[in-house]
Write a protein that binds this ligand. Structure first.
Ligand code: MG
Length: 315
């Protein structure tokens, strides 16, 4: 489908989004756009996969949590709940719980030891050694990979050296291990209060580009993006094919999406995901208001999935 100039004007900004959604090939033919970029949809259209951290789901077992998520319209669960040692103790239970189900594990959000930003080489080595353990578990669970925040809080190395050492010491070994297993190391940009090293999706993508090897990607977390990015859509587009995962939370208080009312708008970011043909998870990483009952938690997760679906359709 090609849009002529009159259609283009009639559609307006909202219409452009829905045209992208509908699977049109060129958004605007070059000859009718006065030289403006001719945005084409990817040959593989985006797919919506809604996920949630397992720790946010009420239930006594992983089975019970997976049952609930499936019934609530989720098709991904994010593996979380402890560090790499906790993961080693629980990998069999996770594996048993997912057998025979349509829902899948998205990623492992599991703490590694060490800090890539420290001057002490044993700190940097620990990121590799414990990261490999988590990657092994990610592969065993047929997840897409593990999330890595390279250097947070205390950073001793000057930034140029940190980036160089991260790229030359840590990424080659971790990414090679991930690629061998068919999974990814997924860099997560955080807020400036957590790390000044990696705050923006584009910066994570540029690390992936410089690494120039399989087994490494970047993610975007709407919570961090709210404060660190100038454009949700621009941030996602800048990641391109390096984008492997998305976190989502309410945009004022980092609660379940929808709890911050009118602030919880993700449509601009979803447009970016659609333009990329993104097929990874959009996974809730957030909290609940104090003293939320298990029944209320379930209701909030059902509503959040509905909100994500509605805004995805509008994007
Ligand atoms: Mg996050």
């Amino acid at each position: 489908m090609t849009i002529n100039r009159r259609d283009f004007i009639t559609l307006g900004a909202a219409g452009i989004g829905s045209t992208v959604l509908s699977g049109a090939v060129p958004l605007c033919a070059a000859e009718t756009c006065n030289g403006m970029p001719n945005l084409s949809l990817p040959s593989q259209p985006a797919e919506l996969h809604i996920g949630c951290h397992q720790t946010l789901v009420a239930g006594k077992s992983f089975e019970e949590k997976l049952d609930f998520l499936e019934s609530a319209g989720y098709d991904r669960m994010e593996v979380s709940g402890g560090n790499y040692e906790w993961m080693t103790k629980n990998v069999e239970a996770f594996s048993k719980a997912i057998k025979g189900r349509k829902i899948r594990y998205s990623n492992l959000c599991i703490g590694q030891r060490g800090n890539a930003g420290m001057a002490d080489a044993t700190e940097r080595r620990a990121v590799i050694d414990t990261g490999k353990i988590v990657l092994d578990h990610a592969a065993a669970l047929k997840a897409e990979g593990m999330i890595l925040c390279p250097a947070r809080k205390k950073i001793e190395l000057p930034f140029p050296e940190l980036r160089e050492r991260f790229l030359s010491e840590i990424v080659p070994e971790l990414a090679a291990h991930a690629a061998k297993l068919g999974v990814n190391v997924i860099l997560e940009p955080l807020n400036r209060t957590e790390t000044m090293f990696l705050r923006q999706v584009a910066d994570g993508a540029s690390i992936c580009r410089d690494a120039n090897r399989p087994g490494i990607g970047v993610m975007g977390d709407f919570w961090h993006m709210t404060f660190e990015e100038t454009s949700d859509m621009g941030a996602f587009i800048s990641a391109g094919s390096f984008l492997k995962h998305v976190h989502i939370a309410s945009r004022k208080n980092r609660k379940i999406p929808g709890l911050d009312g009118e602030a919880d708008v993700y449509i601009d970011g979803f447009k970016g995901l659609k333009l990329l043909g993104y097929r990874g998870a959009i996974s809730i990483e957030a909290g609940y208001p104090k003293d939320t009952s298990d029944e209320e938690k379930k209701k909030l997760l059902i509503k959040a999935a509905e909100l994500i679906k509605t805004q995805w359709a509008k994007a």
